[in-house]
Design a protein around this ligand. Structure first.
Ligand SMILES: Nc1ncnc2c1ncn2[C@@H]1O[C@H](COP(=O)(O)OP(=O)(O)O)[C@@H](O)[C@H]1O
Ligand SMILES: [Mg+2]
Ligand SMILES: [Zn+2]
Length: 495
């Protein structure tokens, strides 16, 4: 037998098999029972939560030879042909690839003909928001006076992009993300039926990553099956999905907690070099802390509890509740700052430095900052120094303007390339030697040193912009062509 992906193989064929969308399913079944099925439905909701699945079941329930019935029989010819996608009376149209007015006109022609072997002609238009305006207008004409035998089911992940004129002619159902518990339960079911060997902790991990999409959950499971030999473990999920494993997170939090900022930074740098997104890493940290916290205050579910049983979590579990909350809050805030920053790695590293100083706790941070700012203001009223821990480099440069225009002009195009406890490397578009001659330069160093509390060495490095580099490169090529009387036959992109 041909291999079939899990999400196809286990696509629900009955309403009762659709999980997490009871509000939709029950209403549809009631409408069928009462003979009050509407002419057009709009199924909206995130991807992979059962919209297409439910549309097909509805089509079968309407056209089943024993129907219309609240459940299709899935055995008659009509049901079978719909399941296999070859029913003449149930047409699935992908709105994303059939966007134009021509397609909708063809549909309008088609609509006029009676169904061949069933009660209704059902049109399922997926990603309906992708239709062009002209197509919508054409569709509207049909929706205004639909033939009795026609039913429309539109599905979309972006209902706000569907014109109001269309929306107002549909009964709308909002599909929800599948709750975590249900995702886990469904994955367990599928694994059992498929004889997949998988550790308990891996289910929760997959479910978390899938963020409410059952299709995603099933396809991750599918990938794991083909990639892992033997029992699937939690760390396999992390590896496959490019996630930071719990053990790493636990280690990282402990470094932070113990104020070992150097180790925190190496960990972050390691992740960044592996190409892991920094924001994702902070999300994972937050999630992890939440689990630990829930466990400590006794509201963790059994799945989470099992996940955190191991010896390596003993130390983490000893962290005070208030400190866990503080860390969580600060990481969420830091995530926002990292997201908005032009120098995300620097912002993250600076934020972590602040966080690792335990005595400057979350509540104190703001006060602390305000106090320091006040003090400095007294000494040097002409410029309020920014804190490099928190502001983006761009922000720092803006503040520098107050120290002197020349300094500002020179720093404008600069970027932070590296930031360690003892060294900050700044790339400048100009000659670094020239920068060192600017008198206000020392002011800047003193300023940043004052904020960091340490004395990092500043290294200014000349770095030409891409455009300049290209100009230089072009000149060299030109020169070579002249010397060798040559022609360019092929260009290779090597930076
Ligand atoms: N609510 C659900 N109940 C059971 N399975 C689901 C559900 N949602 C999604 N699935 C699984 O994911 C697959 C894709 O679902 P689909 O209905 O195409 O999602 P959507 O149309 O919302 O993007 C299905 O074949 C099924 O295996
Ligand atoms: Mg779909
Ligand atoms: Zn049937």
């Amino acid at each position: 037998m041909n291999y079939q992906v899990l999400s196809r193989k286990w696509r629900p064929q009955f309403f009762r098999e659709v999980v997490g969308q009871e509000h939709v399913v029950l209403t549809l079944q009631n409408a069928i029972k009462r003979g009050r099925v509407g002419h057009a439905y709009l199924f909206s909701g995130p991807r992979g939560v059962g919209k297409t699945t439910t549309a097909r079941i509805l089509a079968k329930a309407l056209n089943c030879k024993k129907g219309p019935a609240p459940e299709p029989c899935n055995e008659c010819g009509n049901c079978k042909s719909i399941t296999e996608g070859r029913s003449m009376d149930v047409l699935e149209i992908d709105g994303a690839s059939h966007r134009g007015v021509e397609e909708v006109r063809a549909l309008r022609e088609n609509v006029k003909f009676s169904p061949t072997s069933s009660l209704y002609k059902v049109y399922i238009i997926d990603e309906v928001h992708m239709l062009t305006n002209e197509a919508f207008n054409a569709l509207l004409k049909t929706l205004e006076e639909p033939p009795e035998h026609v039913r429309f089911i539109f599905a979309t992940t972006s209902p706000h992009k569907v014109p109001l004129t269309i929306l107002s002619r549909c009964q709308r159902f909002d599909f929800h993300k599948i709750p975590l518990k249900l995702l886990v339960e469904t994955l367990k079911n599928v694994s059992q039926r498929e004889n997949i060997k998988i550790a308990e902790g891996a289910f929760l991990r997959i479910a978390r990553i899938s963020d409410g999409s059952l299709r995603d959950a099933e396809s991750i499971l599918d990938q794991l099956v083909s990639y892992v030999e033997g029992e699937i473990q939690e760390k396999d999920v992390d590896y496959l999905m490019g996630k930071v494993g719990r053990e790493h997170l636990s280690e990282f939090i402990l470094y932070l907690e113990k104020g070992e900022i150097g180790k925190c930074w190496s960990k972050v740098e390691e992740l960044s070099q592996e190409g892991k997104p920094l924001e994702g890493f902070l999300d994972d940290c937050g999630e992890f802390l939440k689990d630990v916290l829930f466990l400590k205050i006794g509201i963790g579910d059994s799945e989470t509890r099992n996940l955190l049983q191991g010896e390596i979590y003993r130390e983490i579990r000893n962290i005070r509740e208030e400190r866990l909350i503080e860390l969580m809050e600060n990481l969420v805030e830091l995530r926002e700052r990292v997201r908005r920053s032009d120098t995300p790695l620097l912002t993250l590293e600076a934020g972590l430095a602040r966080l690792s100083r335990k005595e400057a706790g979350a509540v104190k941070v703001k006060k602390d900052k305000a106090e320091k700012a006040e003090k400095v203001e007294e000494q040097r009223p002409e410029a309020k120094p920014p804190s490099p821990q928190e502001d983006s480099w761009e922000q720092v440069v803006k503040e520098v303007k107050k120290l002197g225009n020349l300094l500002y002009a020179v720093l404008k195009g600069s970027k932070v390339r590296e930031m360690k406890e003892d060294k900050i490397v700044i790339a400048m578009p100009c000659n670094a030697a020239y920068f060192n001659t600017i008198p206000q330069k020392d002011k800047l160093s003193a300023w940043i040193k004052g904020k960091l509390g340490k004395e990092p060495e500043f290294i200014f490095r000349e770095e030409k912009s891409k455009k300049e580099k290209k100009a230089k490169y072009d000149k060299i090529v030109e020169e070579a062509m002249r010397l060798f009387n040559a022609k360019v036959v092929r260009k290779e992109n090597n930076g």
